[in-house]
Design a protein. Structure first.
Length: 248
């Protein structure tokens, strides 16, 4: 589970037993406010009230100390994908991300891009927002069991890659059969579950972003993307793209 510094809504995150909890910068404050102690805190700590105390070998985990990874403020990636890298490096491929929407629009867009990147690496991320969840799938499928989600609680599907080939939607109010979409035209907005009917959304080639109501059952997923061994190294270097005006 990853906690960011964005907005938090009515959903109460529950940490499964044994789950790794990573706080991205100010997400540390939000996690503590929810009664959740992160295992790792990573970031430049520019949006946090108090820098976490560094965990040292031999410390009692109950001491409240956490493993801390400090990053420069002037870097190329935001703190959120760096937090995902922490989990990926420990073998995690399913990420529930809170505090990644609301707040700054640019950060929200970056986190949607990150969902697609996770999918292309053969994993899956669930980005929890205001009554909805966003996820992404590459060359694969997500399936929802039959449910009783109320009408007018929308399911929407977007092509994230330039082209999404063979998009098939089954069991929703609007269905498609192996159609090709582009990311320049939104054709899958405002679909709905049907009472008591299982549903699926698949793409033969490409990446889809899917949003659905938070009260929907957790979907099963299948990815045709090869599962990458790495999501990239944690980048603790100052950006080389920084203008000379701001270099020491």
């Amino acid at each position: 589970m990853v906690f960011g510094a964005g907005s938090y809504y009515d959903e109460s995150p529950v940490v499964p037993q044994g789950a790794l909890v990573v706080a991205a910068d100010g997400g540390y404050d939000h996690a503590l406010a929810l009664g959740i102690r992160p295992d790792v805190a990573i970031g430049d700590f520019d949006s946090i009230s108090k820098t976490p105390v560094l965990h040292e070998d031999g410390d009692d985990p109950a001491s409240g100390r956490v493993s801390t990874i400090a990053l420069p403020a002037q870097k190329d990636e935001t703190d959120m994908p760096q937090a995902v890298k922490v989990g990926w490096n420990q073998g995690i491929r399913v990420f529930h991300i809170f505090g990644g929407l609301g707040g700054r629009l640019d950060h929200a867009l970056a986190n949607l891009q990150m969902l697609a990147d996770i999918a292309r690496h053969g994993g899956i991320g669930f980005l929890h927002g205001d009554g909805c969840v966003a996820t992404a799938v590459t060359d694969g499928e997500i399936r929802f069991p039959a449910n009783q989600v109320a009408a007018r609680r929308m399911v929407s599907v977007f092509a994230h890659s330039d082209r999404a080939l063979g998009v098939t939607i089954r069991g929703l109010k609007y269905e498609t059969d192996s159609v090709d979409w582009t990311n320049s035209h939104a054709l899958g907005v405002s679909n709905e579950f049907l009472p008591g009917i299982p549903s699926s959304i698949s793409v033969r080639e490409g990446t889809l972003i899917v949003t659905y109501p938070v009260e929907a059952p957790q979907p099963q997923w299948r990815s045709g993307a090869d599962q990458a061994a790495s999501f990239g190294a944690i980048d603790d270097r100052r950006s080389e793209l920084l203008s000379p005006l701001f270099r020491d």
